[in-house]
Design a protein around this ligand. Structure first.
Ligand code: ADP
Ligand code: MG
Length: 628
C-alpha cells in the first residue's frame, strides 16, 4: 500500500507563520507529543477496563529516545495506535486544522508573546523542530495493519504500510539543522522534568547507560559492559491525585520538598478537590514568607491532567494569594488560549472565587481549632489575610472574624475583642474610638510609654501592608479612627473634655514661644505651647497623622499624591507649658541661657526619635558637656 495525498486546509503556508509565533518556545513540541502518547496509553487502559480490549496491556511506558547519528528523536508509546484511516482522520484533519485555527486566530495579533506557549499546538508543533515527521503505528483493533505516514509540514503527505509489529505508536522526528540541541540527553531531561514530572504514565528517557562489571578479560582484569539505565523521569501519582484521607502530613511535606527542594517547611496547606461545577484538584501551601516577595511569586504550578502548563497562574488564583505555593490541576481551564481570554473565561472566574473561599474556610478552621498555633503563625499568615481583606470584599467578610491585631506587648486580639478592650479608655469626646498604633517600637518608644501611662493600648503596625490595612479598617469599622502614636502628644491623641489646665498665662506663653522660635534653627518646625501633663517631656516633636499618611502614600507611588511627596517634612514642636523646665526658662533673666536650655530640650526631643544627626548632634554633645 502506498498513497500520496494533499491535506485540505484553507490557510496557505501555515508553517512559516507558526514557526514565527512559536519561535521562542520550541521545546513545547515534546510536551505535546509526550501528552499525545500518554493520552493514547490512557485510552487503551480505559478500553481494557470496559472490556473493549481483551489483549495484554503489557508494560505501558512511554519512551523518549534519540539517535545523534541519524538525527532522529523518537517518542514511542504502547497506546491504542492508529489505522491508516485514523491517521488521515486525526492527524491530517484534527492536527492540521488545529494549526490552521491557530494561524487564523493569531495572524493579526500584535502580541505574539502572549500567545506563545498558551496555545497547545498539538501534534503539528513537531514541525517546529523537524524537517520530516514520521509515524509508525499499529492499532489495537483486531486484524489492523501497521501504518506509516510521513510529511514535511507542507500540505503533502505520504502514507504506506508500516513496520510495527507491536501495538502502539512511534513518532519519529527527523530533527532539522537548527534544532539539534534537542538531540541531547540533558536537554531532553530538562524539558521532561519541566512538563512531565507528574504525568500519569511512566516516561522513560532512553540512551542513558551505565558501566556494570562483566567478569574478567583474558588478562584477569575486570571487564565492564554498557547497560541501559531504566531512566523513569516521573512520579505517576502525585499527591493531588489522591484523596486527602489517604494522606498524612508527612506526604504533604515531602511533596513540598519535591517541588521546592531548598525551602523551609510550609506553615500549612489546603487540599483542593472539586468536580462540580468545574473540575479542579490541587494542593496549596502557605510558605514561610521571606522579605523578597517578588522571589516568592509565581510558584504555583498549573497542570492540566498532570501535564504541566505554566507557573503563571494570574487570573486563576486571586492576586492576594499569588505568594502561595503548590499545584492546581484542572482540565477545565482553557489553556490553549491567550491571556485576555483567560481573564474573561467564566470557568476561570469560578475557580478563582472557589480558591478564595477555600482559603478563608481553612483559615477560619485553623483559628477555631488551635488559636495559639494560629497566633504563632500570624506574622506570615497576616500578610495574606490583610492583603485579601483589602483587595476582596468577600474575603473581608469572612476574614473579619479571624483577622488578628497585635499590640506592642505581643498580645493578639480579633477585631471585635480589640474594640471591647480599648473602648472604655480610648473613646474621644465625639464618641469615636481611637486606635493607636506604632510602626517602630524602638523609634517610638517614648510615645508608646506616654500612651501606656494614660492606659492607652498601642497596636503594632509594622509590615509594609499595614498602611493600606489601616485605611481599610477605618473604612470598615464604624466610628473608629487610627492614629500613629507619635502623631501628637499623648494628652491630645484622644481628645477628651477634661484637658489639663494651663499653668502659663497668655503673656508667658507668648514669651516661651518667642524663646523657642529663636532657639530652633531648623526649618519647617511649628512651635506650639501646649498644656500637657507635667510628667511628660518638656518638648515633644510630632508629625500630623494626615500629613504623614499622605507623604507615605506619595512615597509608595500613590497616584495623585506626588504633591505631598514634594512637600518638606513639617513637624509640630509641642512645648509642654506645664513642665518645670519651662518655668525655669521663664524665670531666667539671661536670654543666652534661655535659648540654650530651649535648644537643649528641643534636641532631646529630636534624639528620642532618632532625628538628630550630623553637626547638630555634635553641637548637642558639646552643649551637654558644658551644661554638666
Ligand atoms: P489533540 O491531542 O488536542 O487531540 P493533537 O494535534 O495533539 O491534538 O493530536 C491530534 C490527534 O492525533 C489526537 O487527538 C489523536 O487522535 C491522534 N494522535 C496523536 N498522537 C497519537 C498517538 N501517539 N497515538 C494515538 N493517536 C494519536
Ligand atoms: Mg495533543
Amino acid at each position: 500500500m502506498q498513497e500520496k495525498g494533499t491535506i485540505s486546509i484553507h490557510t496557505e503556508n501555515i508553517f512559516p507563520i507558526i514557526k514565527k509565533f512559536l519561535y521562542s518556545d520550541h521545546e513545547i513540541f515534546l510536551r505535546e507529543l509526550v501528552s499525545n502518547a500518554v493520552d493514547a496509553t490512557q485510552k487503551i487502559k480505559r478500553l481494557a477496563s470496559i472490556g473493549q480490549f481483551n489483549g495484554q496491556l503489557g508494560d505501558l511506558k512511554v519512551e523518549v529516545s534519540f539517535n545523534e547519528t541519524a538525527k532522529t528523536l523518537t517518542i514511542s508509546d504502547k497506546g491504542l495506535g492508529m489505522t491508516a484511516e485514523e491517521i488521515k482522520k486525526y492527524i491530517n484533519q484534527v492536527a492540521f486544522s488545529g494549526a490552521e485555527e491557530f494561524v487564523e486566530k493569531f495572524k493579526d495579533s500584535k502580541d505574539a508573546n502572549e500567545i506563545i506557549g498558551k496555545f497547545g499546538m498539538g501534534f503539528y508543533s513537531a514541525f517546529m523542530v523537524a524537517d520530516h515527521v514520521e509515524i509508525q503505528t499499529l492499532s489495537y483493533q483486531d486484524g489492523a495493519e501497521p501504518a506509516r505516514w510521513i510529511c514535511d509540514g507542507s500540505t503533502e503527505f505520504e502514507i504506506s504500510t508500516g513496520n510495527k509489529t507491536e501495538r502502539g505508536t512511534d513518532i519519529i522526528l527527523h530533527i532539522n539543522k537548527d534544532s539539534e540541541e534537542f538531540l541531547n540527553q540533558n536537554k531532553l531531561q530538562e524539558i521532561l522534568d519541566k512538563y512531565g514530572r507528574f504525568l500519569p504514565v511512566p516516561i522513560k528517557l532512553g540512551n542513558k547507560t551505565t558501566q556494570e562489571p562483566d567478569g574478567d578479560d583474558e588478562n584477569g582484569k575486570p571487564k565492564y559492559k554498557s547497560v541501559e539505565v531504566d531512566n523513569i523521569i516521573n512520579n505517576t501519582s502525585p499527591i493531588w491525585t489522591k484523596a486527602p484521607s489517604e494522606l498524612k502530613d508527612e506526604d504533604y511535606l515531602n511533596f513540598y520538598k519535591e517541588l521546592y527542594p531548598f525551602s523551609e517547611d510550609p506553615l500549612f496547606w489546603i487540599h483542593l478537590n472539586v468536580d462540580y461545577p468545574f473540575n479542579l484538584t490541587g494542593v496549596l501551601y502557605f510558605p514561610k514568607l521571606k522579605n523578597d516577595f517578588e522571589m516568592q511569586r509565581n510558584k504555583i504550578k498549573l497542570f492540566s491532567r498532570q501535564v504541566f502548563i505554566t507557573d503563571e497562574v494570574k487570573d486563576v488564583v486571586p492576586e492576594f494569594l499569588m505568594l502561595l505555593h503548590g499545584v492546581i490541576d484542572s482540565p477545565d481551564i482553557p489553556l490553549n488560549v491567550s491571556r485576555s481570554f483567560l481573564q474573561a473565561d467564566s470557568a476561570v472566574k469560578k475557580i478563582n472565587s472557589y480558591i478564595t473561599k477555600k482559603v478563608a474556610d481553612k483559615l477560619a478552621d485553623l483559628f477555631r481549632n488551635d488559636r495559639k498555633a494560629f497566633e504563632s503563625k500570624w506574622t506570615d499568615i497576616g500578610l495574606f489575610v490583610k492583603y485579601g481583606m483589602i483587595s476582596e470584599e468577600k474575603f473581608y467578610d469572612k476574614a473579619k472574624d479571624f483577622a488578628l491585631l497585635t499590640n506592642t506587648k505581643s498580645e493578639y486580639f480579633t477585631l471585635e475583642e480589640y474594640r471591647e478592650k480599648v473602648k472604655p479608655v480610648q473613646t474621644d469626646k465625639e464618641d469615636n474610638v481611637v486606635y493607636l498604633y506604632s510602626t517602630d517600637i524602638n523609634k517610638q518608644d517614648g510615645f508608646i510609654q506616654s500612651a501606656n501611662k494614660k492606659n492607652y493600648d498601642v497596636l503594632l503596625m509594622n509590615s509594609p501592608i499595614d498602611t493600606h490595612f489601616i485605611s481599610q479598617l477605618e473604612q470598615k469599622l464604624e466610628k473608629t479612627s487610627l492614629k500613629r502614636v507619635d502623631s501628637d502628644v499623648a494628652d491630645k491623641l484622644i481628645k477628651k473634655e477634661d484637658a489639663p489646665a494651663h499653668i502659663l498665662n497668655e503673656e508667658e506663653s507668648g514669651k516661651v514661644k518667642a524663646i523657642f522660635e529663636k532657639a530652633i534653627t531648623k526649618p519647617n518646625m511649628q512651635v506650639e505651647i501646649e498644656s500637657l501633663n507635667p510628667d511628660e517631656l518638656p518638648v515633644i516633636v510630632t508629625m500630623d497623622e494626615f500629613m504623614r499618611r499622605m507623604k507615605d502614600m506619595a512615597q509608595m507611588g500613590g497616584g495623585g499624591m506626588s504633591f505631598y511627596g514634594a512637600m518638606p517634612d513639617n513637624y509640630k514642636v509641642a512645648v509642654n507649658g506645664n513642665h518645670k523646665l519651662i518655668s525655669k526658662i521663664l524665670k531666667s533673666d539671661n536670654e543666652e541661657e534661655q535659648i540654650k536650655l530651649a535648644r537643649q530640650a528641643f534636641d532631646l526631643a529630636l534624639i528620642s526619635q532618632g532625628l538628630l544627626n550630623g553637626a547638630e548632634l555634635t553641637d548637642f554633645v558639646n552643649r551637654s558637656v558644658e551644661l554638666i
